[in-house]
Write a protein that binds this ligand. Structure first.
Ligand code: ZN
Length: 93
């Protein structure tokens, strides 16, 4: 999942209340979490929440494609190699 938060400036009155407070005009950032682990931290390069949410949708799909498709690709590539069965036999001794 992707979490949108504001990196409050030193002058922001909401700074003490934490980054989850979105009602100010500080720069917006995104954190991506998979299984409770943070896998991404990226600035949206905007202070506009509507724009950040739009970017978040695109970012989320690209990030999760990256995370979940990459191992699948690797696995299917390995399956095409002629030595994959023999290497598996070696590892089960
Ligand atoms: Zn702020």
């Amino acid at each position: 999942m992707l979490k949108i938060w504001r990196r409050h400036t030193a002058a922001c009155p909401h700074r003490a209340r934490g980054r989850d407070v979105l009602k100010c005009n500080c720069p917006l950032w995104a954190d991506g979490y998979v299984d409770g682990k943070r896998v991404l931290r990226q600035s949206f390069n905007t202070r506009d929440l509507a724009r950040a949410r739009k970017k978040a949708v695109a970012l989320e799909s690209s990030v999760f494609n990256l995370i979940f498709d990459a191992p699948l690709l690797r696995r299917s590539k390995g399956g095409h190699q002629p030595f994959s069965s023999s290497s598996r036999a070696c590892s089960t001794k």
